[in-house]
Design a protein around this ligand. Structure first.
Ligand SMILES: C[S@@+](CC[C@H](N)C(=O)[O-])C[C@H]1O[C@@H](n2cnc3c(N)ncnc32)[C@H](O)[C@@H]1O
Length: 453
């Protein structure tokens, strides 16, 4: 697990840019964990801030800097109502809404709407440069690492820090040629930033949910496990430790940025020999029929065609083997352990997360597993509880962002009164099914069509 407390992200970033001789830079980011501390504690290092499809806007932190803030977002999905409220609270900010665009955390916005994002960013940055130009920096192109932050330098001109973009498959790649014509772009990565850090902060609360599903699977030493949609490898690394490296694990994902980070993290934790990372789409897995003893897909089926993924999971698992799935549950509210008024409680507890058409984020999981031909489906609705640490902090801020100033005061008083009894719990549906002896795979794409990360 990646520990943040000892050396906060903003101190790592400042250490990196100072090392490169940069005093001040334009910044473009997604998650508040990346930009929040930088703006709060080192605002003089941030010439302008561009937020792409942001979540959890800290308006009290942003308000003093609204004149140098650009927000670019889609206009669809659950987060848009929160965004609209935040924007009302940020007079002076520049806002570009991408029409008819659903931008959940896995949206590949730079690939899907590159022209609009590019125009919005270039115009905004050039206005900031006209107001007061930033000194260009001369840095050799290439890669490096400082304070646990990896960076890739491209182009020349004033410095522009590009933080990771959620679960987007292309990250900044589609815009880099144009941005680096005018700016020295530093594309940042590593375990302390973006979704890698965010997925890790689900920590013990989420891993308890994972553990109960894995216990239900009942792995024997030596059995081969596939994790579909492995992301940064949080679960695969946990599983390697849980099984004491006795089970070969393959982690597959469509996102090459996350696979790269997963590989680095596993190697740094001495787990490189037990987990293999492979590029692969869960809707058309690049593996032969019946090659795994257990196939797992955890918080992935919200993001694609769940039935196709289930069919593929069943296909690549041997008869008698297990398919285990966890999805976020949009059909159950979160739980906040505070004695709030019912309307306030409802406001804080509902409406988080998104699901694509054809995706699964509700109790239809159980029926879908049966329809996919899985037998003896064990159904396990569960809660991940966050009682301390960063994820509690993040969720608490996300909840408070929905409330009026009076409600926020009530909310904060309730938290203070609850003391250590304050926690929030996130609901999940999970299930484990068995591939029957007579199971016939629906279709079998040729094995080996993916590539190693
Ligand atoms: C929320 S993350 C979960 C990561 C990991 N399973 C965990 O629990 O920490 C979802 C992951 O699913 C991946 N994903 C989404 N659609 C996919 C697909 N069709 N095939 C493979 N991976 C996919 C994303 O790239 C992302 O890494």
């Amino acid at each position: 697990m990646v520990a943040q407390e000892a050396h906060p992200v903003e101190e790592r970033i400042v250490q990196l840019i100072r090392r490169l001789g940069i005093e001040e830079a334009h910044v473009a980011a997604y998650l508040p964990g990346d930009w929040g501390g930088l703006l709060e504690r080192h605002s003089s290092a941030v010439r302008s801030l561009t937020l792409i499809c942001p979540r959890g806007l800290k308006t009290e932190v942003l308000r003093p800097h609204a004149g140098r803030l650009l927000i670019v977002s889609g206009d669809g999905g659950n987060a848009v109502a929160d965004l609209a409220r935040a924007v009302d609270d940020l007079p002076g900010a520049t806002v570009t809404m991408l029409r008819d665009y659903f931008s959940p955390m896995w949206a590949d916005v730079m690939a899907d709407r590159s022209g609009e994002v590019q125009s919005a960013m270039l115009e905004f940055l050039s206005l900031r440069e006209k107001e007061s130009p930033l000194a260009p920096v001369q840095l050799p192109e290439g890669e490096g690492e400082e304070a646990g932050i990896s960076y890739t330098i491209r182009g020349s001109g004033p410095p522009l820090l590009l933080f990771p973009l959620g679960l987007a498959a292309s990250q900044w790649e589609p815009l880099l040629p144009v941005l680096s014509e005018r700016y020295t772009t530093l594309t940042l990565g590593g375990p302390y930033l973006g979704m890698v850090a965010f997925l890790e902060t689900r920590g013990p609360g989420y891993l308890r949910v994972v553990r109960s599903v894995v216990e239900e699977v009942g792995l024997e030493p030596g059995q081969r496990v596939l994790e579909v949609g492995c992301g940064a490898g949080t679960v695969a690394r946990w599983l390697a430790r849980y099984t004491e490296k006795r089970n070969p694990i393959v982690g597959a994902d469509i996102n090459s940025y996350l696979l790269r980070e997963a590989g680095r993290l596993a190697a740094s934790e001495g787990l490189g020999d037990v987990i293999e990372w492979q590029s692969g789409n869960g809707e058309e897995l690049p593996f032969a029929d019946r090659g795994f003893d257990a196939t797992m897909a955890f918080t992935v089926m919200e993001e694609g065609d769940a039935d196709a993924m289930l069919a593929q999971c069943a296909r690549v698992t041997r008869p008698g083997g297990k398919v285990a799935v966890i999805v976020r549950s949009l059909d159950m509210p979160w739980w906040v352990n505070l004695p709030l008024r019912p309307d306030l409680k409802h406001k804080a507890q509902t409406g988080y997360g998104d699901v694509v058409q054809g995706g699964c984020a509700d109790a239809s999981l159980y029926e879908r597993m049966e329809r996919a031909g899985l037998e003896d489906v064990v159904m396990l609705p569960q809660w991940a509880t966050y009682g301390s640490g960063e994820r509690l902090q993040q969720q608490q801020e996300r909840m408070a962002a929905r409330l009026t100033p009076e409600e926020v005061a009530e909310w904060r008083d309730a938290i203070a009164a609850a003391g250590k009894r304050f926690f929030v719990s996130q609901p999940f549906h999970s299930a484990v099914g068995t591939v029957g002896a007579g199971f016939e795979p629906a279709r079998a794409p040729s094995a080996g069509s993916g590539s190693r990360a």
